[in-house]
Every structure is written in C-alpha cells, then in structure tokens.
Design a protein around this ligand. Structure first.
Ligand SMILES: Nc1ncnc2c1ncn2[C@@H]1O[C@H](COP(=O)(O)OP(=O)(O)OP(=O)(O)O)[C@@H](O)[C@H]1O
Ligand SMILES: [Mg+2]
Length: 274
C-alpha cells in the first residue's frame, strides 16, 4: 500500500508558459505545479525529475523557472505567496559548480549566506549548519581546488540553498558520475530536500533510472503530434508520473525491485515516442 501523504500549499506554479524565438516555437503552453508534500511526523521536501529528449527545451524552461529568462507569454510563480519569480529567488546548480577559487569553502558559503541573513552571526551559524549536515566541516578552510568533484558539488548545492531559500534547480547533476557517485548524489538530493518542509528541487536529466530513484514526481517533456503523426512545434509536459501514488517513493531498497525496473521501462518506452 502506498505510504500516505497529503498535499499542502502550492510552492511553484508554471502558468501557461510559452516561448518562441522569432517564428521558432520552443515551448507551447507549459503548465505544471509543485505542492508541499506533507507526511505525518516528518520533514518532507519535494523532488521533481524533469526528463525529455535532447533539444526539446528543458534548459530553456529551467532558465525561465529560475527567473533568468522571460517567457514570450505566461509566468512562473513561487513560494506560498505565489510571487512572480525573479532571478536570485531560485538556486541554480550548473554543471561545473562554479565557486570563487580564491576564497576558502567557508568564505564561499558565508558570502552566499550573507545575501539572505541580516547579521554576520546568523549567516555564520547557517553556514556551519550546512557544513555539518553535508559532512564538510573538516574541509571548511580549504580552497575549491583542494576538494574532490563530489565535495565541490555538495558545496555548490549548499551555496545555492544558502542564498535562495527553498528552491533548487539542478541541470544534469548525474552526468559524468560513476554508479556509486550517482547513488550518493541521489541520496544527497533527498537529504537536502528534507532539510526543510518547503525545500523543492527540480532535477533536469537524461537519466531515467536516476530520475526515478531520486524523485517523487517525474515530468516528461515532449511535443504533440498532429493527426498525421507529425510533430507540432513547441514542447509541453506530456506526462506526469506520481511515484508516491505508485508506491515507488521513499523506499531506497526498491530501486532493484522488478516493480521499479518495470516502471523505468515504461517511462523509457514513453520517452521514445516523444
Ligand atoms: N537563443 C536562441 N535562439 C533560438 N533558438 C534557441 C535559442 N536558445 C535555444 N534555442 C533552441 O531551443 C531549443 C531547446 O533548447 P534547450 O537547450 O532548452 O534543449 P534541452 O532540452 O535542454 O536539450 P539538452 O538535453 O540537449 O540539454 C533548441 O532547439 C535550441 O536550438
Ligand atoms: Mg539542456
């Protein structure tokens, strides 16, 4: 039986978003919503896996959700106040995890925290909290060049969460990782999501298995077809999979089960029609 959860307020709403470059339609009336997942006795964040073929418009939508690009029409609303998104409200973890190379890890994080915290003391406190949670206290006085790729990723995630509150977008966090690291990053994403009830992470990826492992919902982006079977320009979210409802969420040991593998196969098959 699926574990019970209820849904609270809407945290993010993609509202009739369309995007064109001159006469080239990239996104056509994209609508989606993320609501607070409420589990009794737990702090439960939200993780959405965002899948779609190469060139379909994932990064374009990602930039719009982050407030970095404006759609041609429609809007993105964030927080329980449903405020139109502006750059800086949503953390973005890019592929290369940029950090200031001439500052220590601690100083990198303090700089981010000061954007949100009023006092030096509270910023300091918050940085320490994240370093402890991410098991990086021992590396605090090192410089970015002195830590590993995986550690750098953790610091980049912490940096973005410190300066953007609850939202985090990650573009291809699994690319170039071996299977052990991939599992660790999935774990980390879930951990980060559950640091706060309102934390919401959108993971953009090509990797169906990793997306299904990490997410509570999957969004599959693709184009519609006309009656003749030809693609209509402009992508939409074609499919939303609810992994909680399918009881494929919050059981890490499930990812090797036949049920889980069958689900991954189903998503991959659908993927191939997009
Ligand atoms: N400035 C631009 N002008 C015109 N077309 C653009 C512009 N930027 C992106 N595009 C087009 O938008 C489409 C979607 O690109 P996007 O980068 O969002 O794809 P994606 O789904 O992220 O692909 P990938 O998985 O390969 O990263 C592509 O066809 C691309 O050529
Ligand atoms: Mg992309």
């Amino acid at each position: 039986m699926p574990e019970r959860c209820t849904y609270g307020e809407t945290l993010l709403k993609i509202d009739h978003v369309s995007l064109s470059y001159e006469d080239k339609v990239i996104l056509r009336d994209v609508n989606a919503e993320i609501r607070d997942i409420v589990r009794e006795g737990r702090t439960q964040g939200q993780v959405v896996g965002f899948l779609g073929p190469s060139g379909i418009g994932k990064t374009q939508l990602f930039r719009i959700v982050a407030g970095l690009n404006h759609p041609t029409s429609g809007q993105v609303l964030v927080n329980s106040t449903l405020t139109p998104v502006k750059a800086g409200m949503v953390g973005v973890v890019a592929q290369n995890y940029p950090l200031f190379e001439n500052r220590t890890i601690f100083s990198n994080l303090l700089l981010a925290a000061k954007q949100m915290e009023n006092s030096h003391e509270s910023a300091h406190e918050k940085v320490l909290k994240y370093l402890r949670r991410l098991d990086m206290v021992d590396q605090a006085q090192l410089y970015p060049a002195q830590i590993s790729g995986g550690q750098r990723q953790r610091i980049a995630i912490a940096q973005q969460l410190l300066c953007s509150e609850h939202f985090l977008l990650m573009d291809e966090p699994f690319s170039g990782l071996d299977v052990v690291m991939e599992a660790k990053v999935c774990e980390l994403i879930n951990e980060i999501a559950c640091l706060d009830e309102l934390n919401t992470i959108i993971v953009v990826t090509h990797d169906v298995t990793a997306a299904a492992t990490v997410a509570d919902h999957l969004w599959l982006m693709g184009r519609d077809r006309d009656p003749g079977g030809n693609f209509i320009p402009g992508a939409r979210i074609q499919e939303t999979y609810d992994l909680i409802d399918r009881d494929l969420c919050w059981h890490p040991e499930l990812t090797n089960s036949p049920r889980f593998l069958e689900f991954v196969r189903e998503v991959k098959e659908r993927f191939q029609t997009l």
